[in-house]
Design a protein around this ligand. Structure first.
Ligand code: 13P
Ligand code: SF4
Length: 311
């Protein structure tokens, strides 16, 4: 325990020396969340990254999140504990593939909406970005006279179509973590806790979303769990969320949603970050996010449009 304390102290010391801010996603391990200056969802983190006056942004999440911070803050140093922390959604939509698709379907004049879980190259190809926290609002505001292409998450896209009544063409990407929850696995846990309510992330399949009392972003889950008139809540998303919720809603019984194989679901990319790697990235200011300026500036416009439209 004293070595862990030393490591935490060393991280806080380095943070001061480098004038750094530590931003962490709700899926990070508890020890990282507890050290961070701000813990939140993709939308909250994008706002924090845009607003900060620190010289260094240390982003504890996955690569596309750190990249987003760099896109809106080109003059700042953005570091991340592990540069290989990717995302299956980002992988499912390579920039060159989307570029070729848009070229082949030029006559459609698609309005392209990209879920923030994608590379800077994909962001640079689209009209506006959204997160799970603002997707309904962003799709509602899309031009009515153009077809919409939604990339890369087909499950989130299908949920937004149900909510807005807007028809969209969907890229066939998915989050490998959230598709592991099944109707059977959620029904099983519901049977064990018959009076529990269910909150699920919109990256889950429709079969799972249909069993949920509320479908929302990770940050909105905090408000929902605080406000809902229920003592037992089944939380159908990545396991890191339980740490955040237990701190914010200590008086309720929060039950992780199981998959067919496991009692809860971990994102292997989110869990690549450790306190040791966090310490080293602050000490060495490496690995850093670096981006070609033409891609960065093209990716910035749709991100700023999102921040503007979701106020
Ligand atoms: P949120 O924006 O809801 O936190 O979701 C991010 C994510 O990666 C979900 O898998
Ligand atoms: Fe990507 Fe899914 Fe991990 Fe979120 S939980 S970072 S969407 S792989």
């Amino acid at each position: 325990p004293s070595a862990a304390l030393d490591l935490k102290d060393a991280i806080l010391q380095l943070k001061k020396e480098k004038n750094a801010v530590i931003l962490a996603h709700n899926y990070q391990t508890g020890d990282i969340q507890d050290l961070a200056d701000y813990v939140g969802d993709s939308l909250g983190l994008a706002y924090k990254a845009k607003e900060t006056d620190a010289d260094v942004i240390c982003f504890c999440g996955v690569h596309f999140m750190a990249e987003t911070a760099k896109i809106v803050n080109p003059s700042k140093t953005v570091v991340l504990p592990d540069k290989d922390a990717g995302c299956s959604l980002e992988e499912s939509c390579p920039g060159p593939e989307l570029e070729a698709f848009l070229e082949a379907n030029k006559e459609k004049n698609y309005y392209v909406i990209a879920y923030i879980n994608c590379s800077a190259h994909v962001k640079a190809l689209c009209d506006v970005i959204c997160t799970s926290g603002n997707a309904i609002r962003i799709v509602d505001r899309a031009p009515k006279d153009r077809p919409i292409l939604f990339v890369p998450d087909a499950n989130l896209g299908a949920w937004v179509m149900e909510k807005t009544g807007r028809k969209m063409d969907l890229w066939k990407g998915s989050c490998y973590v959230h598709v592991e929850f099944t109707r059977d696995s959620i029904n099983r846990i519901k049977k064990e806790h018959p009076d529990a309510v269910v909150v699920a992330h919109p990256e889950c399949t429709q079969a799972v979303r249909l069993l949920a009392d509320e479908v929302c972003s990770t940050e909105r889950m905090v408000t929902y769990c605080k406000e809902v008139d229920a003592q037992n809540i089944i939380v159908v998303t990545e396991s890191g969320m339980l740490h955040r919720l237990q701190k914010e809603v200590p008086n309720k019984n929060l039950i992780p949603g199981p998959t067919d194989k496991c009692a809860c679901a971990d994102c292997r990319f989110m869990k690549m970050n450790t306190l040791e790697k966090l310490h080293d990235c602050l000490a060495n200011l490496s690995p850093q996010v670096e981006l070609p300026e033409d891609i960065r500036s093209r990716a910035e416009a749709p991100l700023l449009r999102m921040l503007e439209q979701s106020k």
